[in-house]
Design a protein around this ligand. Structure first.
Ligand code: 13P
Length: 252
C-alpha cells in the first residue's frame, strides 16, 4: 500500500512572519493528529525555508521548491541554492521541474533530471513535476507528453523512498479547472507504466504519483480516490492552514 502524501507548494508567497505562522499552524495540526495515515510536506519559499525547518515539525516534512542544476555543492552560481545547502538548512525534500520553472526559467527535461539527480545524490527526497500544457491536451498529446517527461526526467537512481512524481496539468494550475477523474486515471496509469519501463515494475508499483492543479477541500476526496493517485500537490489552497488541512482530512 502506498502511503498518501499531501504536499503544499507555497510558491513565491509570504513574508517571514506569515511563512512562519503558516508553518506553525500546519505543524500544530500534524502534532495533534498523531495516528495519521498519510504524510505531510510543506515547501516554503527560500526566505523562510530555514526558519520553517527549524520549527518542531514531528509528523511533517519540509522541502525546498527547487535546487541548482550544477553538480557542484557550491561555487560561482549566482542566485542558485545547491541541494547540499537545502539539506544544511534542515529541509529533507525538494520539488524539481515545476511547470513554472519550466515556463519562466526554460528548464528542459534534461535540466530537471540533473536537478533530481543532484537532490537524490545529496540525500533529499525529490518530487519530480510533470504535466502537459493546454495546447498539448487539446492536440491529444497529453499521454505522450507525460510519458516522455517521465522517461526523460526520472533518473535510474530514483526509488520509492527518494522520489515522488507529481502530475500537474499546466492548464489546471491556479485556474480552478480540473481534469475529469477518468483523465486523471488515464494519465496516472500511463505514468506508472512508464516508470516500470525506466525503473522496473517493483519500484514503479511502490512510487507515489501525486495529482496537482486546483486541488481544493471540495474536490480533494474525489481526486484522491482515483486509482493510482497517491496524494496531492497543492498551491493556492496550501496558503491557509485550514484549507490545506481540510484537504488532508478527506483522507481520515
Ligand atoms: P494550485 O493548487 O494553486 O492550482 O497550484 C498547483 C501547483 O502548481 C502546485 O505545485
Amino acid at each position: 500500500m502506498r502511503r498518501k502524501l499531501i504536499a503544499g507548494n507555497w510558491k513565491m508567497n509570504g513574508l517571514k512572519a506569515e511563512g512562519i505562522a503558516l508553518a506553525k499552524a500546519v505543524f500544530e495540526k500534524c502534532a495533534t493528529t498523531p495516528d495519521k495515515t498519510f504524510d505531510i510536506l510543506v515547501c516554503p519559499p527560500m526566505n523562510v525555508l530555514g526558519f520553517v525547518a527549524e520549527l518542531p515539525h514531528a509528523g511533517a516534512f519540509v522541502g525546498a521548491q527547487d535546487v541548482a542544476e550544477t553538480t557542484k555543492p557550491n561555487g560561482a552560481f549566482t542566485g542558485d541554492i545547491s541541494a547540499q545547502m537545502v539539506l544544511d538548512l534542515g529541509a529533507t525534500w525538494t520539488l524539481v521541474g515545476h511547470s513554472e520553472r519550466r515556463q519562466y526559467h526554460h528548464e528542459t527535461d534534461a535540466v530537471v533530471k540533473q536537478k533530481a539527480l543532484n537532490a537524490i545524490g545529496a540525500g533529499l527526497t525529490t518530487v519530480i513535476c510533470i504535466g502537459e500544457t493546454l495546447a498539448e491536451r487539446e492536440a491529444g498529446q497529453a499521454v505522450d507528453v507525460v510519458r516522455r517527461q517521465t522517461r526523460e526526467c526520472v533518473p535510474m537512481q530514483a526509488t520509492a523512498e527518494n522520489c515522488v512524481i507529481a502530475y500537474e496539468p499546466v492548464w489546471a494550475i491556479g485556474t480552478g479547472k480540473v481534469p475529469t477523474t477518468a483523465d486523471v486515471a488515464e494519465i496516472h496509469a500511463a505514468v506508472r507504466d512508464e516508470l516500470a519501463k525506466v525503473l522496473g515494475q517493483e519500484k514503479a508499483d511502490k512510487m507515489r504519483i501525486l495529482y496537482g492543479g486546483s486541488v481544493k477541500p471540495e474536490n480533494a476526496k474525489e481526486l484522491l480516490n482515483v486509482e493510482n493517485v497517491d496524494g496531492a500537490l497543492i498551491g493556492g489552497a496550501s496558503l491557509k492552514a485550514d484549507s490545506f488541512w481540510a484537504i488532508a482530512e478527506t483522507l481520515m
